[in-house]
Design a protein around this ligand. Sequence first.
Ligand SMILES: NC(=O)c1ccc[n+]([C@@H]2O[C@H](COP(=O)([O-])OP(=O)(O)OC[C@H]3O[C@@H](n4cnc5c(N)ncnc54)[C@H](OP(=O)(O)O)[C@@H]3O)[C@@H](O)[C@H]2O)c1
Length: 309
Amino acid sequence: MAESKSKVLIIGGTGDIGKYLVRASIKLGHPTFILVRSPTPSDPAKAHLIKSFQDSGVTVLKGDVDDHESLVAALRQVDVVISSVNGGAVPSQVKILEAAKETGTIKRFIPSEFGNEVDRLEIDLKILEAVFQTKRNVRREIEKSEIPYTFVISGGFAGWYVSNLANDNVSAPPRDKVTIWGDGTAKAILNTEEDIATYTIKSVDDPRAANKFLHIRPKENFLSQGEAVALWEKKIGHTLEKTVVSKEELKKIIEETPFPANIFLAIKYSIFVKGDQTSFQLGDKDVEATELYPDVQYTTTSTYLDQFV
Ligand SMILES: NC(=O)c1ccc[n+]([C@@H]2O[C@H](COP(=O)([O-])OP(=O)(O)OC[C@H]3O[C@@H](n4cnc5c(N)ncnc54)[C@H](OP(=O)(O)O)[C@@H]3O)[C@@H](O)[C@H]2O)c1
């Protein structure tokens, strides 16, 4: 008899990574639910997205991470809860945990991580410490609970860092000038949002990923900013003019930049200058997505760049 797929609730399903999680959940055959603050939002793009989910069979529930009753009511309908709320709502995720404890039926909780491994790195910027500590706090609360979890360490989103070669204020890889952060040699891991979502959904019913860190580390996607730029230059057939912003210069810029813009620069510093995504080895508490799911045909950074040529 075929095993039935868990019912999956996505909180934050209208967001940047959330919408990919919803699509992957549907595609992989899970009865899929989303919890939204407004089922009929005034933003036409968001309203259209929710409608498209409904048309694909998604059950839309109204609720809020800060509304306990709505969370309990939603969690009672599902087996798995995935949160992809934004950074500002990360601390509120302990309320999802409280609701999961109350229902007692949640088989897996995947909190809003989808970034760097924030436990295993040395931090030399106050703003980064503050941001990463909120994710660590949620992890510790989840680990203390009886709720099985998976922490998804996804690497950088291609839409955030490959589509612009990690440059600011551009929506496609630059064709003339590019800014290089630090010496451009620190290795990052950059994955498409589709692949991150597919691996995440693959893990929800997989006992091998229970109470583990799921790292998404395709070998071809370990690339420094310098290597990504060189790949792009080869594709377009000419070299770009480079402006180098040294590590110390970038730290100074971050310190002088107001909140919240400083967060985005600080994360860039962590990924592309310090190499925090690749500075540690995997151990007993880790599993790696391409090893668990070799059937997934992931997109390499090189292939991703082809769409812009
Ligand atoms: N690795 C990377 O390169 C990278 C890049 C960006 C983000 N991230 C990480 O990905 C995660 C998600 O970020 P994102 O950029 O995808 O977020 P986002 O686009 O801002 O979306 C956030 C989602 O959370 C929902 N939400 C916010 N507060 C809520 C609440 N109180 N109750 C219910 N829903 C609420 C929003 O719903 P509404 O529609 O109601 O606003 C929206 O659907 C974060 O952990 C972030 O750190 C990683």
